[in-house]
Design a protein around this ligand. Structure first.
Ligand SMILES: [Zn+2]
Length: 104
């Protein structure tokens, strides 16, 4: 990444694909329920509209991107992510381990 892979991002860039936190606010137009308590973020970003997304094959999305690589990431106090990408951390599960799982 730092050697200049051909990605579409702006500088300065905030990396970070493994994100754990709590929902602070829900954006306008979000109708999905968001989990309460600790969540991790699926860093896969897809359009939801192309033929691959409609088939449920989001990793093949024609607009597939990764949070923190192609977009600003989660090495920040706050991050904006799609509500559909939030995954609740099970009660009692170690948060550090939960945060390490999404990208890999
Ligand atoms: Zn798509």
């Amino acid at each position: 990444m730092r050697r200049g892979l051909p990605i579409e991002t702006t500088m300065p860039h905030i990396g970070g694909s493994d994100v754990l936190g709590e929902v602070d606010a829900v954006g306008p137009g979000v109708s999905a329920a968001v989990p309460a308590g600790p969540v991790v973020v699926n860093p896969s970003l897809w359009c939801g509209e192309c033929e691959w997304c409609r088939r449920g094959e989001q990793p093949l999305c024609t607009c597939y991107r990764i949070l923190g690589e192609h977009t600003q990431g989660g090495l920040a106090e706050f991050a904006i992510v799609p509500a559909a990408n939030l995954l609740p951390v099970p009660a009692g599960y170690p948060e550090v381990q939960a945060a390490a799982a999404p990208l890999t």
